[in-house]
Design a protein around this ligand. Structure first.
Ligand SMILES: [Zn+2]
Length: 426
């Protein structure tokens, strides 16, 4: 996070947004990226996208997709998304960090092969954790033989919020397709519609371009399987963003396009035309009624879908060493957990990020995050990255660990790691 000059940037943003009505020569093309394949992507996101006539890109981990919907979508769900014109992209079999993986080729290509075997034509990829390097990129560039090849790969960096140097990628798209930028949006505890709209406005005010957004669960924290992380957004918040894009499509020259539509665009994008009549939506509308009003105060949003508590346990695919996920389910090996890297010693605001990698062939029943031997957070569904904020005002050392229990009651934990945490006043 580069948050230098935060105050100045916010001030600049506020004044710049006054000029939003001015037309930009280049459209601001927003790609809505929903990562990790959680079930709310089909229960919450798809209905909202269809209400506003938008298409998004869903980056899924094939090893988490099962016959039945659980914390993650089912194969039927993915086929529904694709059949309705949404894009499904790859994100490795099991959300593996490719930089530290011993088998990045398998992680990428077994995923693509499995998607293909289920009728999903994936051409866009997103690096788990945004982690890539030259070796990893060469895997993507080299393709997957008979399984096909991805045509782009998205990172999670490059566009700051609030943006200073880069507010969007240039269009027409001429950058390296295997390391595309995304909004590096960081708001501990969940995204906000206001910040996302400010980022979209900033891209517009800076002259337009391509702005890929990264979102995880669209859900209410603490409800069902909702994973409360930095990229979570409430359904009402998503609706607010979609309504903004719809209502300002003409005046702001906003377009919503999938990753593949941008990377593969043969001709430059043009601004949406004003609607020909009072009842027709802007050009991007696809025939759905325009949403007028405050946008997502909550009243217009569908009621939360009840958590699928009764769904059968999801058996996760074996870890990335598997050739493909087509093989019969592996016998349930004991679970294991490791920390992807030592938790970052974030010295600002006393925040620690846990980034555990969990392998549990029998499925995860629960995961606990421990500080000094005490459980500070608990969760039951991936992705498992978590943030913990100290309440201490003084810097101190803390011992961190993560403990996983699988559905057979077997426990694995990470040896304690000692980190130094700044006090919250820093
Ligand atoms: Zn992810």
């Amino acid at each position: 996070m580069r948050r230098k000059l935060l105050t100045a940037a916010v001030a600049a943003l506020a004044s710049a947004s006054l000029a939003t009505a001015a037309s930009a020569a280049t459209p601001t093309v927003v790609t809505l990226g929903f990562d990790d394949g959680t079930a709310d992507h089909v229960t919450e996101v798809l209905p909202l996208l269809e209400k506003y006539g938008f298409k998004a890109t869903f980056f899924v981990n094939s090893g988490r997709i099962g016959a039945d919907r659980g914390p993650y979508m089912s194969w039927d769900d993915l086929q529904t998304l694709q059949a309705r014109g949404q894009e499904v992209g790859g994100h490795t079999v099991n959300h593996t960090n490719l930089v530290t993986s011993a088998t990045p080729q398998d992680d990428v290509c077994a995923d693509l092969a499995t998607l293909k075997a289920h009728g999903i034509a994936a051409t866009s990829f997103a690096y788990p954790y945004g982690a890539w390097n030259a070796t990893v990129k060469s895997v993507l560039e080299g393709g997957c033989g008979s399984a096909g090849a991805y045509t782009s790969a998205r990172t999670t960096q490059g566009i700051d919020y609030p943006c200073t140097d880069s507010c969007a990628m240039p269009l027409p798209f001429v950058s390296d397709p295997f390391r595309t930028d995304a909004l590096q949006y960081m708001s501990v505890g969940g995204a906000s519609a206001a910040d996302l709209i400010n980022a979209i406005r900033s891209a517009h005010d800076a002259g337009g371009g391509w702005l890929p957004l990264v979102l995880h669960g669209v859900c209410t924290a603490g409800v069902g399987f909702c994973d409360d992380d930095d990229y979570r957004l409430d359904p009402a918040g998503l609706e607010t963003v979609l309504a903004f894009l719809k209502d300002n499509a003409v005046s702001g020259c906003y377009l919503v396009r999938t990753t593949a539509q941008v990377v593969g665009a043969a001709t430059p994008f043009a601004c949406p035309s004003p609607p020909p009549g009072p009842s027709a939506p802007p050009g991007d509308g696809g025939g759905t009624p325009a949403f007028i009003g405050g946008g997502g105060g909550g009243g217009a949003a569908a009621p939360p879908t009840p958590p699928a508590a009764a769904a059968p346990p999801t058996v996760e695919a074996p870890p990335a060493v598997a050739e493909t996920s087509q093989a019969a389910p592996a016998p349930p090996a004991a679970p294991s957990v490791r920390l992807l890297a030592a938790p970052r010693k974030l010295l600002a605001k006393g925040i620690v990020r846990f980034r555990p990698v969990v392998v549990a062939a029998a499925g995860v029943a629960g995961i606990e995050y421990l500080v000094n031997g005490k459980v500070v957070r608990r969760w039951s569904a991936g992705p498992y990255a978590r943030v913990w904020k100290t309440t201490s005002k003084r810097a101190r050392a803390a011992r961190l660990s993560v403990r996983v229990t699988d559905r057979l009651g077997r426990v694995a934990s990470v040896p304690e790691v000692t980190v130094r945490i700044a006090g919250r006043r820093h």
